[in-house]
Design a protein. Structure first.
Lengths: 374, 374, 374, 374
């Protein structure tokens, strides 16, 4: 397993399983002198934590995070940050439940692919490293990135913009901020939120689960971030977002809508604004042209699949007998993970933007030295 | 500019501008003993070459590729491959055209972001490194990956599955293969192709351009490719595809459709097939679960924006005067790049799958040594 | 701080300070199915642990390691391993000692460079991340590599081959193995060891410390490991070894001796041995030609500087007052770290060889598929 | 072959064989606005070029470099630089000479290891990618780094400080600069140079070759460069230098001499200089403490083995017959490569320092934003 590090200059490495002792993240590249505390990181984690809403899994995890390395007297020292969350809700009864079905492939889960890749040694307990639980550490690292970005005037917010076909009305960054995290579905349009929640509760009652779309908007990203060609800002953001287990699609700005557009409709027209600065009249590009931020809001949406675990019996196969088999309904689950995924998606966008910011500052410092015009 | 290398084990590094002397790619990690020739790589490049269809730009580039390093007697030596394409159609008249508008931001292009990032030194000629011309080297490298993958039983094919709202009917891998590259729009459904072409020609006559969707299907990918967590197979494929200039969205399998699905609809149900192997009854996941291939076809679609260059006057700004200005219609352009993008998208998928294959073989060889069951 | 990860396929990421809560390493790329336990890793750590010999610092650290992630039922699952060691000997009295001199640059230590790089936020306590204490995690990760390499028939052993001018006689791998870790100085030549220890004890009595040379020999490394040009096997081993705080030089085989040799003396002559295999009559190259292992023992030596902390007053500067100042003798220190460095050097060699082995297996698997002759 | 890229922020990727069409380097990360020309790069290449001194191989290569990408009107555009050198002296007669002995392992060369790694497909002609010829591209890339570093006040110079036991007297940076490249052996001590040359000519007459030591000094490197732990400045410089084919050892400052030193002798004592700045009275550390530059000159030495090709018959094996065989004297060779290696070693040090400078600027820019004291 080799995909546990992300980033080039701001690097996050993580480990830990759903039913192991603890989850840990090491953050390499955090500048010295940043004031940060367990409490601040905790606040972000609480937004992702299960068991706080009727739309979530009833698993009781306190998700108490502790920064055990890289801090002295409340400020980062320049050393890598180490963050740890101990797993607490892993009682024998739950472990036994997983053990009892460990040879059954749970549809929509990663058991089969893990078994193929790692053989009988793959962790069968709570999906191991493939569990949504690993996203805790994305959120913890994202909290650190959030604090650094705030110091640079960059804010990143997400919300559920669609769920089971119910769409929020189009919202600006300020509108999202005004209704941020105000309801269980994390939709910033209160009317749409109400409908979404009602629909999810209906589906929950059927024993089923619901998909959705999460939108993330980044404001204050200076023009110039992103590396041309392979490491475009959108390419690396897409990498980070698509690495979240439940995500099946990523689109920027007008997204898949561009396939129906003419060039004259899709091009964002620049103009000089009242402050004498270049701005764009529309934002079909989602704030990125040629892989580089253009100073407009960065807008990205991800498609979130419905929770794979459902309270309905399903056909499946048994990997021990290599025969068709049947998986019984499972009750401990999230009716939708869309709402909880908001914090995860925000975090991945923050981590990636910060990584680019640090790369860009590295070049720019050298460039500026050479010529004064930048 | 730091994003000119992609991959960990099969690594492609590229350079060269639209109106520079030449484009070059260096491929690191190509195994020794592969029989390959300029002719074979050329065949793939010809599928991307402009000037061969009424839907393309009339730019006349022969795109003659030469492998100048890493080969001896027609076989790779294990040394990095060096591939070069000299730019030939860069007559003074075209260079002058670009020079005349070098201070104008061309809407939908990367000029503005490049100017912000690189200052007045940014290459104004033919969009420099932001030109679609850089994709030549993606295709050249993809041709090498294609040959290696063929030796492993893996085939990757793409086609235009949607254009300006006109959709091809759903097609299997075999159906795409049967009608592969048969028409100017590269759509494998002949009836839809006809409609798409007619619609693009209409739009062309308006001086405008058209967007579309390209689908890529990979067959024969063994279960087990992809690294969990940050370097999931879908995450890295998305990275590669989103790094293509005109792409605005990427989705796998049911894609954004999952947002309207219930868990019971979205889960792919496994069963034991007639050969005693595990297969899935549906492929909503697009062949990837938990970031790892599951043995089904890998299915991915990308949203392609309409060509930014249009034959219609557009408002814009002049970066030298910092005033609003007007950009005249430009005639040398592709009515749509969707058809040409097929070869590029296939190439990125091939490069990424091969990279994972080599990573996986590295682990697996060590794993297998330890225990016989894999 | 960005240098906390090493390796491409077998990757070690670490964090934790000398006087922080804990040290952690995350090992990415460990194959599934490896049987390993805390006890096995502990055994290697005990070889590095201070306070066990008169040549060591009296700091009392138990260095109890626990594998908290990546294991289930005693076997690796393919998930990243997480290893943790809690710091126990960090009583207030020691912290206060560091606090009292926190503005003084301790000669031979990294305070000054850390202060310059990280400002007043740099960790002043026990040298923070620059402490030799971080090498715990190198050894812990090396223990995992050792176990995997053993399964591949590769053994790596080190010993102190020189100390304050006293040299061990030239020793083969088997001779080193026969007298491995038999004395406080970890020298495999018992006579030389006795002299070395006597000399170090004399120097200790002067309040001073002693330098040395550690030799590491790797046996059973198959020919073919190492990537030509920039990532030669020797280049990456040198990288790993030179990253150990106290190392000032690295040499392979005849090492700096080659500067006095003629080509006819330096070339290793190949011949066909009794088993019909190619072997070399000498090993001036230290088992590596052109950056690739040639099947002979890999032999590398590192120069270890004397412990910087001494029980003698030293001139220095005070960074708070920016005036010259005086640092008093410090009593808690290692008379030499050469003996303890053996375990660290072995670990870095193991980690690097394993990384190359996994890379090579990845290529080779693809190569072999293409042509049968490898 | 995977080791053809070096660096994280200033990245050099290279390809090309000794007897292929051309050598190419792609430099990723070069800031925009740097004025540079073929002529400037050529000047550095000329210092490495063979055939200009009686101590060199008589191979006639003009080594004419051309920057074919990344430049417009003499300034870098921010795009990756592409540099190409065509091989010209590869007449059939030389190729035939290599062909005739292609199955013989040339002692001291990489044939055997390449054959093992790449099978019969390995390039037998002029050592392919293992040839010293690949160092052209290190020097070309180093020339670009040199220009950028000059803009930052950093100078890097090398010289032959030892050859066959004859040592130059200890020289400061200024002394080396005063006698830089003044004689065939590139030794900055004229008296020692004369003796070295006489000794090499004697050895040449015996048909043999000579080893040596090259010292590189970097002046003006600001304190603060280098990443703690695995990517220490010395570790990465050692990586780069040890990746040069003929290098067998690397040492910094007092180097292997530390093994005979007491702590009180080895520690560099800081003091406040006349300008009120912290300086060190000695430089045993070679300008690096804890892996980070301390503002003193960076001093590093590499052991260079004698040219493997000699004009004396040697025993060897034939890989086709797998029998012992005999390799005849070869006449086209360098009596020593030490003098030519100076330019290569300087280049690797320049590339690595620049890479760290750009990393550091990236962090520092973020850090400074947060707190004003840096």
């Amino acid at each position: 397993m080799l995909g546990n590090t992300i980033g080039r200059m701001f690097r996050v490495t993580a480990c830990g399983e759903s039913y192991g002792d603890a989850l840990v993240a090491i953050i390499d590249g955090c500048p010295a002198g940043l004031e940060i505390s367990d409490v601040e990181v905790q606040k972000e984690l609480d937004a992702r934590r299960p068991g706080t809403s009727p739309l979530d899994s009833p698993r009781q995890e306190t998700d108490q995070v502790h920064i055990f390395a890289g801090l002295r007297n409340g400020f980062t020292t320049g050393a890598p940050l180490g963050l740890i969350i101990y797993n607490v809700d892993r009682h024998d009864i739950h472990v036994k439940q997983y053990f009892d079905v460990k040879d059954l492939v749970r549809p929509g889960h990663a058991e089969y692919t893990y078994m193929i890749k790692y053989g009988n040694y793959a962790d069968w307990c709570g999906a191991g490293r493939a569990s949504g639980r690993e996203t805790c550490m994305r959120v913890a690292a994202g909290a650190v990135a959030k604090k650094i970005l705030a110091g640079q005037g960059i804010e990143v917010l997400g919300h559920t913009c669609e769920c089971m076909g119910i769409k929020s009305k189009p919202l600006t960054f300020d509108e999202v901020k005004a209704h941020y995290r105000k309801n269980h579905i994390n939709c910033a349009d209160p009317e749409a939120a109400e409908k979404m929640i009602a629909r999810v509760m209906e589906i929950k009652d059927e024993g089923d689960t619901a998909g959705g779309v999460v939108e993330v908007i980044a404001r204050g990203v200076p023009a110039g971030l992103g590396e041309p060609v392979f490491d475009k800002l959108n390419a690396t953001i897409a990498h980070g977002l698509m690495s979240i287990g439940a995500v099946r699609g990523v689109e920027f700005g007008a997204g898949f809508g561009v396939s129906k557009m003419k060039g004259s409709e899709c091009n964002d027209i620049p103009h000089i604004d009242d402050n004498g600065k270049v701005r764009f009249k529309t934002n079909k590009a989602g704030g990125i042209e040629g892989g580089i931020s253009n100073g407009e809001d960065i807008i990205v949406r991800v498609a979130v699949k419905p929770t794979a675990t459902i309270s309905i019996d399903q056909d499946t196969v048994n990997m021990a007998t290599m025969k068709n088999d049947r998986l019984s309904a499972i009750t401990r689950r999230d009716p939708t993970i869309t709402a909880r995924l908001v914090a995860v998606a925000e975090s991945m966008v923050r981590i990636t933007i910060l990584d680019h910011l640090m790369m860009w500052r590295g070049y720019d410092a050298i460039q500026t030295f050479e010529h004064p015009w930048t």
